[in-house]
Design a protein around this ligand. Structure first.
Ligand SMILES: [Zn+2]
Length: 204
């Protein structure tokens, strides 16, 4: 497993008093609900881990394309478990700074449903949503967000905005539960892939 402490995050990372580096369960961590907000942080299930592994494998397919990317997302019906949409980050392909994996997937899912809200749906993402994406998850009314690698993990490989998804979710009256990290080591393989590293160097 990659060191999370030794190489350290470059910037102070706010966790808002919610520990997500506690006891691992299926590669995931559950923590108590954050105080002062309506966000809940729940515990990953075996189904969460299975879906995350599948999403990571889907995202890994980009390594053999002209646009390798470690960021993929998938939206499932929270009740039936049926997959509604999955997609990867398209920032480079679309010349769109907002084209993160979560945003692209939410846009496509809403277009498919011809709806502006995704209540009753859960979003999985290979990396913890950035503040922009977590805000979009909240605006979309998603029930739940489940992530793989953490923002701290991603920050070791490129620029990030160091506000945890839980912190974003806590500062609103919109309800959404957050779970992660799930299958963190496997998600990190997206970042450490040799083809991905080569592309990331070009990003800097
Ligand atoms: Zn994002």
């Amino acid at each position: 497993m990659l060191s999370l402490n030794g190489q350290g995050s470059r910037r102070r990372f706010l966790r808002g008093g919610v520990s997500v580096l506690g006891v691992p369960l299926l590669g995931a961590v559950g923590a108590s609900a954050a105080e002062g907000g309506v966000v809940t942080v729940d515990t990953a299930t075996a189904v969460d881990a299975e879906r995350m592994r599948s999403l990571i494998a889907f995202t890994m397919l980009t390594m053999d394309t002209p646009h390798p990317i470690p960021y993929g997302a998938e939206i499932f019906d929270s009740t039936t478990g049926v997959s509604l949409m999955r997609a990867v980050n398209r920032v480079s392909e679309d010349h769109d700074p907002s084209g993160h994996g979560e945003i692209v997937t939410i846009r496509k899912a809403c277009a498919k449903l011809q709806a502006r809200l995704l209540k009753g749906y859960t979003l999985y993402t290979t990396c913890e949503p950035c503040p922009m994406c977590m805000s979009c998850c909240l605006w979309a009314g998603l029930d739940r967000v489940v992530y793989g690698a953490t923002i701290e993990d991603a920050a070791r490989f490129g620029h990030q905005i160091m506000i945890p998804s839980v912190e974003v979710a806590r500062r609103t009256d919109l309800k959404c539960s957050v779970t992660g990290p799930v299958e963190r080591d496997r998600a990190l393989e997206l970042f450490t892939n040799a083809k991905m590293r080569a592309v990331m160097k070009a990003w800097k």
